[in-house]
Design a protein around this ligand. Sequence first.
Ligand code: FDA
Length: 308
Amino acid sequence: MLRSLLLSASRNEKLQQLASEAAPARALVDRFVAGERTEDAVRATSDLVGSGRLVTIDRLGEDTTDRAQAEATRDAYLVLLHALSAAGLAASAEVSVKLSAVGQALPGDGEKIALEFARDICAKAAEVGTTVTLDMEDHTTTDLTLGALRDLRADFPWVGGVLQAYLRRTEADCRDLAGAGSRIRLCKGAYREPENVAYQDRAEVDKAYVRCAKILIQGDGYPMFATHDPRLVDIVEALAIRNDRAPSSFEYQMLYGVRTDEQLRLAAEGNRMRVYVPYGDEWYGYLVRRLAERPANLTLLARALTSK
Ligand code: FDA
């Protein structure tokens, strides 16, 4: 019920207009989105890097409905990568790309278009000396996205992928992708998924996260642990020590505006701490869809607004 209300709100132009003008909505956007322009993303990155954190930047825009829009998203990433390089930030900031934003869901040759545009972004990232991570979306796209990851890694071995602990398949995917050279972000998963493909119970998801974290940390790749969950952060810390993992051989990741004090603590203790920074003018759908995808995120947002 709540989910369908939020989903219809995410497509309602009047509500979008109201939200753009309402002060509380602006405050929410300012807290979770770096801004609308490339300069805003670069400025936020510069601040984060200045405080010892690393960054991955997401250009907002998942509902790509035609090739021109996919191309515009690709071009925005190219401009962003150029700007990061010009600002001397490319060594500390990479980009996160949703294949849907570069055309994956377009009818006909969407998959081909997305791969071509993702390849262009990777080539630019290579030129400026940084990396790309492919975000993971709902389970209907998991195989396609992992296939694209395999293809891209043939030319750009440093391309990272994301695995979602709530999917029942993910332990097996972690085993496949824990080898030398791989960069895998492990998150809980943000989409509403059916029972046959995903654990529904939060405790089950947390246990799956720990099992997946063990596989990744015992492997030879570079794991990226994306969570704000204090219990999971503690477990990752303990696993890293038990497995003799140098702090440079893995990283923590959190979202822009969430648990800032914890981000700073982890960075100050010598850990690699990367912040996921969304920017762009399509913030309304992004924020509302986040809430709709997983109502637990309502609590996350409420907590973030009342804490630092
Ligand atoms: P969860 O939301 O269950 O929160 C667990 C606990 O963390 C809370 O009970 C509380 O103790 C603590 N907590 C959370 N927020 C807090 C706050 N503001 N203040 C204090 N305590 C707080 N998903 C996806 O499907 N595909 C993707 O590609 C990505 N990419 C991604 C990148 C990065 C860097 C992050 C951090 C997350 C993603 N996600 C994602 C989203 C992810 O799957 C998940 O939905 C959110 O991170 C929320 O899950 P948590 O692990 O934070 O735990």
